[in-house]
Design a protein. Sequence first.
Length: 256
Amino acid sequence: MHMDANAPKIDHIAAICARCLPSGISMANDVTALQLVLSGDPALFAIVRLSLYVSLSAVVLAALIGIPLGAWIALTKFPGRQGVIVLLNALMGLPPVVVGLAVYLALSRSGPLGAFGLLFTPGAMIVAQTVLVAPIIAALTRQTIEDLWIEYRDELTAMNLGPFGRVAALIWDARFSLVTALLAGFGRAAAEVGAIIIVGGNIEGFTRTMTTAIALETSKGDLPLAVGLGLVLIAIVIAVNALAWTARRAGERLAG
């Protein structure tokens, strides 16, 4: 019989969680999501906190990769550029389970990154979500910067700015428009379930997020709780988008 090399690691993590978590930390099965929210259920808020941490961390890392990459592609002419743009746009639709499998293989003990011990940790979930989100931010950034380059090409050429200066200037000018790209990336990360189940293991109290909790409760037949958790997730996404929109409007007013 084939034994998973990571099975001892899963058991070890589960044992740690069982020792570290106080009794009663798991969500009760006989209450609704509204009751969990109103009662300040620690397990629910731990799941929400982990979900936000993983998704926001992935968006930040993806932005650090995707925004400069998209701007560079928009402003640089090189052989095969159109093919790169087509590929970048295609990567926006990466199947999450395929990304999860690829990250799993890379982070497993026999994989090239196995020495870091990230598999079945929030770090692995952040890596998987970053891979999914970075192409979205890069593709949307490329389109935004390319449109601005067409509009301001003469002015930037007259200023005799180098490639890095042009990239920096156009990214700064497009900073408010790029909020939309970041929100699109956050939406993809917050809704992700397939990849993070594969690389995170959906371990209660350690790698369980809102989406994986919803999938679990649905599989258990607890549809009212699953629907309630879904509504909580939607409320969180709306709140994050509202905060981002408010910050963007405030920034635009200050910038004149």
